[in-house]
Design a protein around this ligand. Structure first.
Ligand code: NAP
Length: 302
C-alpha cells in the first residue's frame, strides 16, 4: 500500500493483535489513507498466515520486536490481560517520538499494566473505540466498524498535546466521535452499558441450558427473536471477556450489586403479585429506553 494523500497522519503503524479490532483498524487505515504503511503481529502462526493471505496489511512480522521497532504508532489490539507481557517485550525497541495506544475495553487496569514500561520520549495514550461485534479473528474485521461510534480516550494530564491531537484525528478519520474521560469513569460506564449485558447474556444461556438438563427437555429449540437477540453477545470470544471481567473487577462488583438488588426486587414483586410496581417500572424503563434510542438516532444523523 503506497499512500499519497493529505489524510496521512502516521508514516508507519504497527497493529499488535489481528482480530476483529486490529483487522478493522488495518482496513480502515487502508480505506481512508491514514498511514503510509501498516504492519502487523499476532501471537499464533496460524493467525499471521491467515492475515497474510487476506492481504490488508503491508507486512506481518513473526516477532513483536520487528513489528514495532520502526513504527510511529503502535496500537495494542490484544486481550486486556496480555498488555504487560507485550510491553515487557517491546519497551526497549520503541522509536523515540512514537506513540503507543490501545483499544482495551477496560482502562484503569490496562494503564497500570502498560505505563510503567513506557520509555522516555514515547507517549502512551490509552483509548477504547466503543464498536464491536460478537465475531473475532483476522477475517472478521471491516473498515466501517467504527463509523459514527464513540471512541473514549483517557489521557494523562501530562500527555503531549500534539500527540493527543494526532490520536484524536486518527480515530476521527476512521469515522469515530472522540471524547476524553477519566479511566475510572470509563470503567464504570463500560461496566454498565457493555460488560454487565455480556455477563447477563452468558448467564442467561447457562441458566437455560442447566434447566434443560435438569428437566431433561430441550427448551432452547423454541428460542425465538427475544432470546436470540438478547444472547447474541454470548457468542463473543471467551478469552477476551474473561480478561475484561477480571480487569474491571471494582466497577463490575459495584454494578452487579446494584443489578442483583434490582433483580431481587423484581422477584419479590412477582412473588407478591405486585402488578402495579412491575407496570410502573416497565413504563419508566420503556420511556428511558426510547429516549436512549432517540439520542442515538440523533447522533447517527448528524
Ligand atoms: P480477537 O478478535 O479475539 O483478536 C485478538 C488478537 O490478539 C488475535 O489476533 C490474537 O492472536 C492476538 N493476541 C492474543 N494474545 C496475544 C499476545 N500475547 N501477543 C500478541 N497477540 C496476541 O479480539 P478483538 O475483538 O479484536 O479484541 C481485541 C481488543 O479490543 C480487546 O482488548 C478488547 O477488549 C478490545 N475491544 C473489543 C471489542 C469487541 O467488541 N470485540 C470492542 C472494543 C474493544 P492469535 O489469534 O494468534 O491468538
Amino acid at each position: 500500500m503506497n499512500m499519497k494523500s493529505e489524510n496521512i497522519i502516521f508514516d508507519k503503524v504497527a497493529i499488535i493483535g489481528i482480530g476483529l479490532i486490529g483487522s478493522s483498524i488495518a482496513k480502515g487505515i487502508q480505506k481512508n489513507k491514514i498511514a503510509r504503511k501498516v504492519y502487523g503481529y499476532a501471537k499464533t502462526a496460524s493467525t499471521r498466515a491467515k492475515a497474510r493471505e487476506l492481504g490488508y496489511m503491508d507486512k506481518i512480522f513473526d516477532t513483536l520486536v520487528e513489528a514495532v521497532n520502526d513504527a510511529d504508532l503502535i496500537i495494542l489490539c490484544t486481550p486486556v490481560g496480555s498488555n504487560a507481557d507485550i510491553m515487557r517485550n517491546i519497551h526497549g525497541h520503541l522509536k523515540k517520538g512514537s506513540i503507543i495506544t490501545d483499544v482495551g475495553s477496560v482502562k484503569k487496569a490496562v494503564i497500570d499494566q502498560i505505563h510503567k514500561y513506557v520509555p522516555d520520549g514515547v507517549s502512551f495514550i490509552p483509548g477504547h473505540p466503543i464498536a464491536g461485534t460478537e465475531f473475532s479473528g483476522p477475517e472478521s474485521g471491516f473498515a466501517e466498524l467504527f463509523y459514527k461510534k464513540c471512541c473514549l480516550l483517557t489521557p494523562y494530564t501530562k500527555t503531549d498535546k500534539a500527540h493527543l491531537d494526532k490520536i484524536i484525528s486518527f480515530w476521527e478519520e476512521l469515522g469515530m466521535i472522540v471524547d476524553t474521560i477519566s479511566p475510572e469513569t470509563h470503567d464504570l460506564i463500560l461496566a454498565t452499558i457493555s460488560h454487565l449485558p455480556h455477563l447477563v447474556a452468558y448467564n442467561l444461556v447457562d441458566t437455560a441450558s442447566k434447566l434443560e438438563n435438569k428437566k431433561d427437555h430441550e427448551f432452547t429449540k423454541y428460542a425465538a427473536g427475544g432470546f436470540l437477540d438478547y444472547t447474541r453477545v454470548a457468542s463473543s470470544d471467551p478469552i477476551m471477556w474473561r480478561d475484561i471481567f477480571l480487569n474491571n473487577k471494582e466497577a463490575m462488583i459495584e454494578i452487579l450489586d446494584s443489578f442483583i438488588d434490582g433483580l431481587a426486587d423484581l422477584k419479590d414483586s412477582i412473588k407478591t403479585d405486585n402488578g402495579n410496581k412491575l407496570e410502573r417500572l416497565f413504563k419508566e424503563t420503556r420511556n428511558k429506553r426510547n429516549k436512549i434510542l432517540d439520542s442515538i438516532k440523533k447522533l447517527e444523523s448528524e
